[in-house]
Design a protein around this ligand. Structure first.
Ligand code: AMP
Length: 287
């Protein structure tokens, strides 16, 4: 696997793979099977796969969170070699932001970026979109692989590609979970034993909501509202003292607008919570 640390080295290398389809998987490192599933899919669908590892400072609204973000580069390199990734782009902050962190040309994603994560992490999506655009202009991939684990992020990147007219196809990939349902995340390594046990409640809650909505649809039961299901889910979570819930919501799966009627399709149930200070998010699609 080739490792590139400079934009110029990558640009010099690009002509040598000009006849191959380039698949790109941007990450912040601390790689796990969720990331590797994206790399494997990209490998199946492209002649050349490049992964980037870059902990992007502009998307962290919480400095502590940025400083505590796990870095496991040597282990990441070994994992990427194992799945036969062709190249790793490992830039410094200076490479990505040569004119400093304050240079901005933000797009307006409207409600899509101001709700849910946008509300709880102000500035997060502006920073995320900024780095994804920069990485796409550097890497010049044909296909971009992103996980549905970050559902709102995937919808915003879809809009970014449209609005900036970027010549890349976004491939949204399914969430990989641990055996107990916990969505894999780089942050999971920061959970202690008891937090790790409790963390599975987040996906359990989402699957509870999904099952309830499916059965209401099946029975055509109009007496129970989505709001009542969500309230019940919240009450279940309140039993776990370690869980500091930020939101549980059922939204329209395309626009993220609030929904009243469970017959709308697709719906998505989304959750964000801190467990002993570790912030986790998850979602399930209710198609
Ligand atoms: P991150 O390193 O957290 O920025 O994630 C990099 C990419 O991997 C993003 O597109 C994520 O949505 C995706 N990803 C993270 N966790 C998972 C998972 N459990 N399953 C599938 N994709 C994931």
């Amino acid at each position: 696997m080739k490792i590139f640390r400079c934009v110029s080295d990558w640009k010099n290398f690009l002509p040598s793979i000009k006849n191959r389809s380039i698949g790109f998987v941007p990450t912040m490192g601390a790689l796990h099977q969720g990331h590797l599933s994206l790399v494997r899919k990209a490998k199946r669908e492209n002649g050349f796969v490049v992964v980037s590892i870059f902990v992007n400072p502009t998307q962290f609204n919480d400095k502590e969170d940025y400083l505590n973000y796990p870095v496991t580069t040597e282990q990441d390199i070994a994992l990427l070699k194992k799945v036969r990734c062709n190249a790793l782009f490992l830039p410094t902050v200076q490479e990505i932001y040569p004119n400093g962190l304050n240079e901005k040309d933000p797009l307006d994603f409207g409600f899509l970026a101001s709700t849910l994560e946008g509300e709880h992490r102000p500035g997060h999506f502006a920073g995320m979109a900024q780095v994804v655009e920069r990485l796409l202009r550097i890497i010049e991939p044909h296909k971009l692989y992103m996980g549905l684990k970050d559902y709102q992020q995937a919808l915003i990147v879809e809009q970014l590609i449209k609005k900036r007219n970027l010549p890349v196809q976004l491939i949204k990939c399914t969430t990989v979970r641990e055996a107990d349902g916990l969505a894999m995340s780089s942050r999971n390594i920061r959970l202690n034993q008891s937090s790790r046990a409790v963390a599975a409640q987040l996906s359990k809650t989402l699957f509870f909501i999904k099952r309830k909505i499916y059965s209401l649809r099946k029975e055509n039961n109009k007496n129970v509202t989505i709001e009542e299901i969500v309230q019940k889910a919240k009450r279940k979570l309140q039993r776990f003292g370690e869980i500091e819930l930020e939101y549980v919501e059922v939204r329209n799966g395309l626009t993220l607008m609030p929904v009243k009627d469970y017959s709308e399709k697709p719906l998505v149930a989304l959750i964000a919570a801190k467990i002993n200070g570790v912030r986790l998010i998850d979602n399930v699609i209710i198609s």
